[in-house]
Ligand binder design. Structure first.
Ligand code: TXA
Ligand code: MG
Length: 365
């Protein structure tokens, strides 16, 4: 199959843009469209069409036990997709505060939704993306759109249309190129079927902001639930439907071995040790580490702030992979705000490396 690529920019009356009209036609015909969201690019299909959804799993080579997120543009669609006639106060407050935005809510699945979406679970994950192209596509299609990240299974998520094509060219019908995504890490997945609610995957909406809303309603997140799967106190899911397979340790992995260093001193020491063993080493660094890493190439500068790091992390991993390095070195980030999601992705990307994995398993919140 030939993959069509359509460029699209701006947010004025996007619904009539020829790219959106064409993409919506593909969605309604049961095809696959990759599109930008504020987090990463998604690979979309009509969520109410089980055969279209099956194509997503096939194109990504994703196991059928890994459930998908359904993307909506109108709040009433949430009632339609879930089993809830009235949304509970907490759900209402969370959608009011964070939608559209990078928060995915897990709720009871309604009878209209084909079970393949949720890998047979009786829940459904829903979010309203905060991106004009994503919203225009959903509106123009007239159906909710199921979409995982538009990468091959287990690979780093795409933050540009070119990343999508690098993984899926010829396997999908169309990609809408809306430029690089703004947030760069995936949405936070919050399970509202658990009491208290539980973060299944840290992401673009920070724990601190979710906590603040829960507190208003007299609830709180369970203590010590960070990195539940990597935390030795929680069992690793092995059942056929995984509670949130994004939490699998080996997700989001580059080809190269990633090593997370405590600080710049350890990074430089490891660099010279590895270079001495004729390893090709790539560096993922912050702006303020540039001077210390002068003349050490290849290097990829992530930026200054945690927002910059989140936005550029996957592009950096892909770029260093393409440069053919054996090892990527990066320094650890504080686990607060967006840092929690970044640290989570780093640990998963480092999971090929036995030592890092042990470090992760011993890590306590
Ligand atoms: O930012 C994002 O969330 C992106 C964009 C495209 O929206 N999507 C994304 O999808 O990251 P995906 O499929 O790569 O990750 C979806 C995550 C997985 O960890 C999956 O296990 C979890 O959401 N998930 C989906 N449905 C679930 C359910 N019913 N119960 C628990 N977890 C669920
Ligand atoms: Mg993914």
């Amino acid at each position: 199959m030939r993959t069509e690529r359509w460029q699209i920019e701006g947010d004025a009356s996007l619904e009539e843009h020829p790219a959106i009209v064409r993409a919506a036609q593909v969605i309604r015909a049961g095809g696959l469209v990759a599109f930008p969201t504020e987090t990463v690019y998604g690979l979309g299909a009509n969520a109410l069409d089980a055969r279209a959804v099956a194509k997503i799993y096939e194109a990504k080579q994703r196991p059928l036990n890994d459930p998908l997120i359904v993307h909506i543009a109108y709040l009433p669609d949430l009632t339609d997709l879930t089993d809830l006639a009235d949304l509970p106060d907490l759900t209402q407050e969370l959608t009011r505060t964070f939608w559209p935005g990078p928060l995915t809510l897990v709720l009871p699945r309604g009878p209209r939704v084909p079970p393949i979406i949720s890998a047979g679970l009786d829940t459904i994950a829903v979010r309203m993306p905060d991106h004009p192209v994503a919203q225009a596509l959903i509106r123009a299609s007239g159906v909710p759109i199921a979409a995982p990240s538009a990468n091959r299974f287990g690979h780093v998520s795409p933050t540009t249309a070119q990343h999508v094509l690098d993984d899926l060219d010829g396997r999908i019908d169309l990609v809408l190129d809306g430029g690089p995504t703004h947030i760069g890490v995936e949405s936070t997945v919050l399970d509202l079927t658990a009491d208290p609610p539980r973060i299944l995957r840290p992401g673009g909406t920070t724990r601190e902001r979710i906590e603040a809303v829960l507190t208003q309603l007299g609830k709180r997140l369970p203590i010590g639930d960070r990195h539940p799967i990597l935390n030795p106190r929680s069992p690793t899911p092995q059942s056929s439907a995984l509670p949130s397979p994004g939490m699998l340790p080996s997700h989001y992995a580059p080809q190269a071995e990633l090593i997370i260093c405590r600080d710049i001193g350890e990074m430089l020491a490891r660099h010279s040790a590895l270079a001495g063993r004729h390893k090709k080493v790539g560096l993922l660094i912050l702006e303020n580490q540039r001077a210390a890493c002068e003349n050490l190439y290849p290097q990829f500068v992530l930026g200054n702030t945690m927002n910059d790091v989140a936005r550029n992390l996957y592009a950096g991993l892909r770029a260093l992979d393409s440069a053919g390095v054996d090892v990527i070195l990066v320094t650890d980030v504080p686990r607060e705000g967006l840092g929690e999601a970044i640290a989570d992705r780093l640990v998963r990307a480092a999971t090929n490396n036995k030592m890092e994995r042990e470090h992760a398993l011993n890590w306590q919140p």
